[in-house]
Design a protein around this ligand. Structure first.
Ligand SMILES: *[C@@H]1O[C@H](CO)[C@@H](O)[C@H](O)[C@H]1NC(C)=O
Ligand SMILES: *[C@@H]1O[C@H](CO)[C@@H](O)[C@H](O)[C@H]1NC(C)=O
Ligand SMILES: *[C@@H]1O[C@H](CO)[C@@H](O)[C@H](O)[C@H]1NC(C)=O
Ligand SMILES: *[C@@H]1O[C@H](CO)[C@@H](O)[C@H](O)[C@H]1NC(C)=O
Length: 446
């Protein structure tokens, strides 16, 4: 069964889309799943470079820092690896290389990469530095070290408009978060400009907007998601405002962790998060979502499917057609559930193990379409559901845990709906429980 699902998913993923679909399997222009976890974006002229961790081996150990290029942030082409293992050093295949970030040093003409450099048990707590003459390198490894002799784990880089650059890092056993200025070469730290004591922050990014620095970061909860925060200050040396949420707390940042924040316009940006899957690291997904300042403060905009207009600096959230699960036909043990977090106050539970749901008259275009499943999974582990279109081979869709309290999240699946009416059957012949299904939204944007 497994291989049938996988090949079907692979087939479905081939069509290149102009939309951003958070949580889907993103493929590069060769059709391979993008491996650029914990990544960062560097723009050179009109080209975006995405450096990240290649976790295709489903292991935490170092395999490569990948480099992808794009002109639209949607279609990505894999280039040569930017950094590869060197045995006998801190970047051997038995060590950890995470969260690579690259900045260009206009004084030296070098591209400088900083990354979290660690031993396999995360005991070394260092940063690593590598340099290159081009954005994808390959980079030449310089060294790994503890900045000022102190820990550095999950980190980011920020380059200010005046060319100064900063290391943003979880230090002192992840208790204190620090911002330290880099030297002229960007090879070392020179002064610590800010310390947020006891803040337990990691996975940071900074956006400067109208002269105000916005620091984005998660708290520390291992691979599990938590409500990511923002802080504001008029100077990188602070004082920083009290922490505030960038998304409804219960969603735990839509099951993701910040890795980079990319400005789009004076009023919007892109939150780039990772949806980590520690049991299958290479299948961790990218959660890129619009960040809007329309309320005055940065807030993530929930979007199943969206697009960005880079020239205009705008984004657009796709609208789709909603079909409520409670409107479908239940069979077996599936039941109607009530809950204030469900749209219409209802969802369908006990799907799987004999419980099924059929939704009729789902209108399709005849082209592959994104369908978002809005669901609640109160377990501490992931569930999954199958969906069969017009009696066809079931497609498996993973359903990350959503936390307690009936929190509803969504996961996308690309389905081949025929033009006109379709029948979608959930959890047919499924021998495990699926999550409670609240509704599905069918999109036409591809
Ligand atoms: C960074 O600077 C400190 C203080 O000057 C020095 O002790 C250390 O060796 C430098 N590290 C690197 C990697 O250059
Ligand atoms: C659900 O069913 C009701 C009554 O049959 C109908 O009025 C409504 O449009 C349906 N809504 C959705 C979103 O399925
Ligand atoms: C419903 O659940 C019961 C017990 O949980 C199980 O024995 C039975 O087989 C289920 N029914 C169906 C149709 O799967
Ligand atoms: C589906 O989820 C169940 C847990 O509900 C898990 O045991 C099973 O391995 C998953 N199946 C696949 C194919 O991932």
């Amino acid at each position: 069964m497994m291989s049938r699902f996988v090949s079907l998913l692979a087939l479905v993923a081939i069509a290149q889309a102009a939309v951003i679909v958070p949580g889907a399997t993103w493929t590069d222009t060769s059709g391979n799943a993008i491996q650029a976890h914990g990544g960062g974006i560097l723009k050179v002229d009109s080209t975006y470079y995405w450096h990240g961790e290649d976790k295709a081996h489903n292991s935490g150990s170092f395999r490569a820092v990948s480099c992808y290029t794009s002109n639209d942030l949607v279609s990505w082409t894999r280039q040569n690896d930017a950094l590869t293992p060197i045995s006998g050093t801190m970047i051997s295949t038995s060590n950890i290389v995470e969260r690579p970030k690259v900045v260009y040093n206009r004084n030296t003409g070098e591209y400088v990469m900083w990354f979290h450099s660690d031993s396999s048990n995360y005991g070394a707590a260092q940063v690593g530095v590598a340099v290159a003459r081009s954005p994808c390198g390959p980079f030449t490894y310089r060294s790994s070290f503890k900045p000022f002799g102190a820990d550095s784990r999950d980190m980011g880089l920020y380059q200010d408009g005046d060319g100064s650059a900063y290391l943003l890092y979880a230090s002192d056993n992840n208790q204190n978060f620090k911002i330290s200025r880099l030297d002229q070469n960007y090879y070392n730290v020179t002064t610590t400009v800010s310390t947020l004591p006891g803040s337990t922050l990691e996975a940071p990014g900074i956006i400067k907007r109208n002269g105000v620095y916005h620091l984005f970061a998660s708290h520390t909860s291992g691979w599990d998601p938590n409500p990511n925060k923002y802080y504001k200050a008029n100077s990188l040396s602070g004082p920083w405002s009290a922490e505030a949420d960038i998304a409804p707390q219960a969603t735990r940042t839509y099951f993701s962790q910040n890795t980079f924040d990319l400005p789009l316009s004076s009023n919007s940006a892109i939150y780039m998060g990772d949806r980590w899957r520690p049991s299958l690291l290479g299948s961790s997904r990218y959660m890129w979502l619009p960040l809007s300042w329309s309320s005055g403060n940065p807030q993530i905009v929930q979007a199943d499917v969206w697009s960005v207009n880079l020239a205009a600096g705008t984004y657009s959230v796709a609208t789709g057609t909603t079909y409520e699960a409670e409107n479908g036909t239940r069979s077996g043990n599936s039941t109607l559930m009530s809950g204030s977090s469900f749209s219409g106050g209802r969802a369908v539970g006990y799907l799987g193990n004999g419980g099924t749901l059929t939704i009729n008259n789902v209108q399709g275009t005849g082209q592959p379409q994104w369908v978002a499943l809005h669901y609640a999974n109160g377990d501490s582990t992931w569930r999954n559901t199958t969906v069969s279109v017009n009696g066809g081979t079931p497609v498996l869709v993973d359903q990350p845990n959503t936390g307690g309290g009936g929190v509803v999240l969504s996961v996308p699946v690309k389905l081949n709906l025929r033009s006109g009416a379709n029948t979608l059957a959930f959890s047919v012949s499924q021998n495990n429980y699926a999550a409670d299904l609240d509704k599905i939204i069918v999109y036409t944007a591809t």
